[in-house]
Write a protein that binds this ligand. Structure first.
Ligand code: NAP
Length: 330
């Protein structure tokens, strides 16, 4: 009869990391330390590829500024964004990833091996995975940064739950703003969309749903000129861009959904980008340069969830491994 062996003690199952670069050339360099970057590192190290991950000077990505993450599978009680990232980092290190908390300032993707530069040093790799993420586009108001995570949010799916039966404002007129407003209408007491033009940019189907939703009010031709509140959001000051008339909306939450800015600047002259600045990929993670892969929000303009970023990270790592095994000439 088959019997299950008891699990080994934690110390025994740990892999002894022996993943040093050969002749100064890393198998894989990963740039970025969000879910895409760390997941890629977990996969490349488990494939026993020497892996160097540049986490950046302020590491961890968007999850570091999120409170409870309730939609990442495996954590039925939710997990704090920074704790989730810290766990991913530990897991990548466990299998032998080397992590440097430095910023990559320049790359040369068109030489073999690929060159990566920090302020101090040059690094070489057979393959790289770009997982630099994206940042939410901001309105640029002082009150916006002061009240961030105190009622100001850039992620309705992440934070909407905290605004059950409250009044919220959504700023923007694209798919994200419409999606956010619809999502929030299931939780909040009242949702007001404030858009700077007299037409939405988002999908007509979403617009119809918004216009037919009795909980959603739309204010066109209007911008937010200030977010009011000392320690938490109390309302927004608004201005009609056509008439110049100013007004005030009382609310407890402000969701800013005015697009994203992918962190692709240092790659822009060497790799194909979309007009939006996102890295162009085919087969999910392959960029225009062989051996260079992109994962997560720097390429994904659509889903932008921690769990999808992690999935792209896994795909990029699997493709990087295939590329390295095939191209043994380096
Ligand atoms: P987006 O399409 O770029 O829309 C950004 C919106 O914010 C626009 O309405 C824009 O106004 C407004 N805006 C930009 N800067 C602003 C500022 N400084 N002040 C006030 N308003 C400002 O961004 P997105 O909605 O995040 O969508 C990004 C991409 O993801 C799109 O390609 C979208 O189709 C895709 N997406 C798809 C789905 C889906 O389910 N299919 C869901 C979400 C996102 P203007 O209209 O005046 O330019």
């Amino acid at each position: 009869m088959f019997t299950l062996k008891p699990p080994k003690k934690e110390a025994e199952v740990r892999v002894k990391p022996k993943l040093e670069p050969k002749d100064g050339i890393w198998d894989v360099i990963i740039i970025g330390s969000g879910p895409a970057g760390f997941t890629a590192a977990i996969y490349t190290t488990r494939a026993r590829l020497s892996t160097l991950l540049f986490a950046g000077s302020s590491w961890g990505g968007q999850l570091m500024t999120t409170t409870t993450v309730d939609n990442y599978p495996g954590f039925p009680e939710g997990i704090l964004g920074p704790d989730l990232i810290a766990n991913m980092k530990k897991q990548a290190e466990r299998f032998g990833a080397k992590i440097l908390y430095e910023d990559v300032v320049k790359v040369n993707l068109h030489v073999k091996p690929i060159r990566i530069f920090t302020e101090e040093k040059e690094y070489k790799a057979k393959s790289i995975i770009i997982a630099t993420g994206a940042t939410y586009r901001k309105l640029g108001l002082e009150s916006e940064s002061r009240l961030a995570a105190k009622g100001v949010s850039y992620c309705a799916v992440c934070d909407g739950y905290f605004f059950r039966d409250k009044r919220v404002v959504v700023v923007g007129g694209g798919d994200s703003a419409l999606h956010d407003a619809l999502f929030l209408s299931n939780l909040a007491k009242e949702v007001t969309i404030i858009h700077r033009r007299d037409k939405f940019r988002g999908e007509v189907y979403l617009q119809e749903q918004v216009f037919n939703n009795p909980k959603i009010k739309v204010v066109f031709d209007t911008i937010v000129i200030d977010i009011v509140g000392k320690d938490k959001v109390e309302g927004v000051k608004i201005k009609n861009v056509k008439t110049g008339e100013e007004g005030y909306i009382e609310c407890e939450g402000v969701f800013i959904a005015i697009g994203h800015v992918p962190a692709s600047d240092i790659f822009k002259d060497q790799i194909e980008l979309r007009d939006s600045g996102h890295i162009k990929v085919k087969d999910f993670v392959k960029t225009s340069v062989p051996g260079v892969f992109a994962a997560g929000d720097v390429a994904d303009y659509k889903y932008r969830q921690a769990v999808t970023a992690a999935a792209y990270g896994a795909m990029a790592a699997i493709e990087a491994e295939k590329y390295i095994r095939k191209n043994t000439y380096i």
